[in-house]
Design a protein. Structure first.
Ligand SMILES: *Cc1c(COP(=O)(O)O)cnc(C)c1O
Length: 382
């Protein structure tokens, strides 16, 4: 007896989704390489090598109410975030990582036939979440120096688009309606800053502009979170995953225009942010001086890493405002280089796709991790 397999009842637009390639868990990798996890130099996911502040571990250990559901409004966390970001709490919504908020935004605005404007090479979640909603992706490629092609985006809104439309299997593929523009500053994986003037021009377009500031703490430039107060089409996303070192706890937040907040409140899962993430976030925000100190350490380490990489003949590092450095590999195969480093217990991110041909991205680690990386890169120069 076979039972009815209701595959034909699936949402049609989901069947065309690309499979997500998950990263290998740290422990699995350690077993495969035969290297203890503590010896692995993990520079492949832009995590903070210093981890959470000591106060976070203490607050988590002492918190007595894990058996109680979280506050759906996250009032205390939002107040603390308001003090940190300098924007009233009424504009702030925490999420299970910035990733959850990206998903909310796509679900709030996109129906099949709608489109996002993406500026590759960039973070992969924007197109992933758009496609989950049956949305299409209009790619406006960054220039050679990874700056955003502002005129190219304006052209799409003005005279109809001629850019490459990827994965457009669904209704009305000829004229998708661009609704959301995703921007990342500093950009991942290039570390590129988007200047004020470019952002202002893009905010003049009839689009929802999502500015992903996951790495803004590492930039020598200020956040644009408070621009949301003056621009009803701007959303700024931030996270505790990178600067605050709690990627595993999943905590991010968005700064949204006032008109959008009621929709988010109606829409969101009541208990999206778990109690541990919230406790950790609050403890971090009580010690922002310590977060800033860690960020400063990482920024000077980035500068040392960049200078050292520049001196390696087969690498062409790109200047970065984030906690990672993108390098073009010259005269040898970047994939093989990644493998050779991995055999020594050093993990970096490898790319070989348009705009990122033969590239690796190296996250900024502790000084001793940089030393091990540089030693390995030196020994591989031949
Ligand atoms: C890491 C990263 C995020 C994800 O943040 P979470 O809060 O961990 O979900 C968002 N955007 C970019 C560009 C990132 O690199």
């Amino acid at each position: 007896m076979t039972s009815f397999v209701p595959q034909s009842l699936l949402n049609l637009h989901l069947s065309g989704l690309e499979e997500y390639t998950p990263i290998q868990p740290f422990e699995v990798l350690s077993r495969r390489l035969g290297i203890p996890a503590s010896q692995i130099v993990k520079l492949d996911a832009n995590e903070n090598p210093y981890g959470p502040l000591p106060a976070v571990a203490e607050a988590l250990a002492e918190y007595p109410y894990y058996h109680i559901y979280p506050d759906p409004q996250q009032s205390e966390l939002r107040e603390a975030l308001s003090g940190f970001v300098g924007v009233p709490a009424e504009h702030i919504l925490p999420g299970q990582g910035a990733d959850e908020l990206l998903d909310y935004i796509c679900r709030l605005f996109l129906s099949p036939g709608d489109a996002i404007i993406n500026t590759p090479p960039t973070f992969g979640m924007y197109s992933f979440d758009a496609k989950l909603q049956g949305g299409q992706v209009i790619d406006v490629w960054r220039r050679e120096d990874y700056s955003v092609d502002v005129a190219g985006i304006e052209k799409i809104l003005g005279i109809g688009y001629s850019a490459r439309v990827t994965d457009a299997p669904i209704s009305n593929p000829q004229s998708p309606i661009p609704k959301i523009l995703f921007l990342t500053s500093p950009n991942n994986p290039s570390g590129t800053w988007l200047g004020d003037e470019d952002l202002r021009r893009l905010l003049a377009l009839p689009l929802v502009v999502v500015l992903d500031e996951a790495y803004v703490e590492f930039a020598n430039q200020p956040s644009r979170a408070d621009w949301v107060l003056a621009h009803d089409n701007l959303i700024v996303l931030r996270t505790f995953s990178k600067a605050a070192g709690i990627a595993g706890l999943r905590l991010g937040y968005g700064i949204f225009p006032a008109w959008l907040m009621p929709y988010l409140w109606k829409f969101k899962q009541p208990y999206n942010v778990n109690v541990a993430a919230s406790v950790a976030g609050l403890a971090s925000l009580r010690h922002t001086d310590q977060i800033i100190a860690v960020v400063e350490k990482l920024k000077s380490e980035r500068d040392r890493l960049y200078a050292a990489l520049s001196a390696i003949p087969y690498l062409r590092p790109h200047p970065s405002e984030a906690n990672f450095v993108l390098c073009r590999v010259e005269g040898r195969d970047a994939g093989e280089l990644k493998q050779a480093l991995e055999r020594q217990g050093i993990l970096v991110r490898y790319y070989n796709k348009p705009g990122l041909d033969n590239c690796i991205r190296i996250s900024v680690g502790r000084p001793e991790q940089t030393d091990r990386l540089l030693e390995a890169l030196g020994s591989l120069a031949s």
